[in-house]
Design a protein around this ligand. Structure first.
Ligand code: AMP
Length: 208
């Protein structure tokens, strides 16, 4: 079974949802840079103060901040790890390669219009970071997280104008990682549209 997995793909492609399922079923540790940064912003830490402006506009936080943050987090991990939202640039991927060998890069492929629709209808849990969708993945009780009972919210960067900017940023900075991992022989691309459980079946095949 693969132990070091990078989840690749544009925002809204299902990295968080599939990552959550992998964690629940196989016990991977999921490290999401987006979740960590949002927590830092909420707690008003130095990192949060530096990151907020970039995140609000949908831009990437500077590489050095992210690389330092992840170096520390990764060093403390034993067992399988899922990296969600990192690396997002070739510079970050090179820094990661110095620390550990990625044995699978799972790339979720989803069309742009579907991504815009998914992100603008996404609702998130500020407490446990679970994600929902107003139509396709509704919580059992409106506005309340199934997992921990916290009140769901819409991320500021999930509003349409910012979403379109995030997709541009993805294309320019992160898409080159598809070729990067293809060249290393670790890339598997999964069609990320359709039933969540069917997509998960393909994910499970890829990690074997
Ligand atoms: P996400 O939750 O993964 O969509 O991330 C939300 C925001 O956090 C992004 O739009 C970026 O501003 C920032 N961010 C998350 N991961 C990274 C990363 N690896 N490099 C730079 N910025 C990041």
């Amino acid at each position: 079974m693969k132990t070091t997995i990078v989840l690749l793909g544009p925002p809204g492609a299902g990295k968080g949802t599939q990552g959550e399922k992998l964690t629940d079923e196989f016990g991977y540790t999921r490290l999401s840079t987006g979740d960590m940064l949002r927590e830092a912003v909420r707690n008003g830490t130095e990192l949060g103060k530096k990151a907020k402006e970039y995140m609000d506009s949908g831009a990437l936080v500077p590489n050095d901040l992210i690389i330092n943050l992840m170096k520390e987090k990764i060093a403390g991990i034993k067992g399988g790890v899922l990296l969600d939202g990192f690396p997002r640039t070739v510079e970050q991927a090179d820094a990661l390669a110095e620390q550990l060998d990625v044995d699978l890069a799972l790339n979720f492929d989803v069309a742009d219009e579907e991504l815009v629709q998914r992100l603008t209808q996404r609702r998130s849990c500020p407490n446990c970071n679970a994600v929902y969708h107003l139509v396709t993945k509704k919580p059992a009780k409106d506005g309340v997280c199934d997992k921990c009972g916290a009140e769901l919210y819409q991320r500021d960067d999930d509003k349409e104008a910012t979403v379109r900017n995030r997709l541009e940023v993805y294309r320019k900075n992160t898409m080159p990682l598809i070729d990067y991992y293809k060249k290393k022989g670790t890339l598997v691309t999964i069609e990320g549209t359709g039933d969540i459980n069917k997509i998960f079946e393909q994910v499970k095949k890829a990690i074997q």
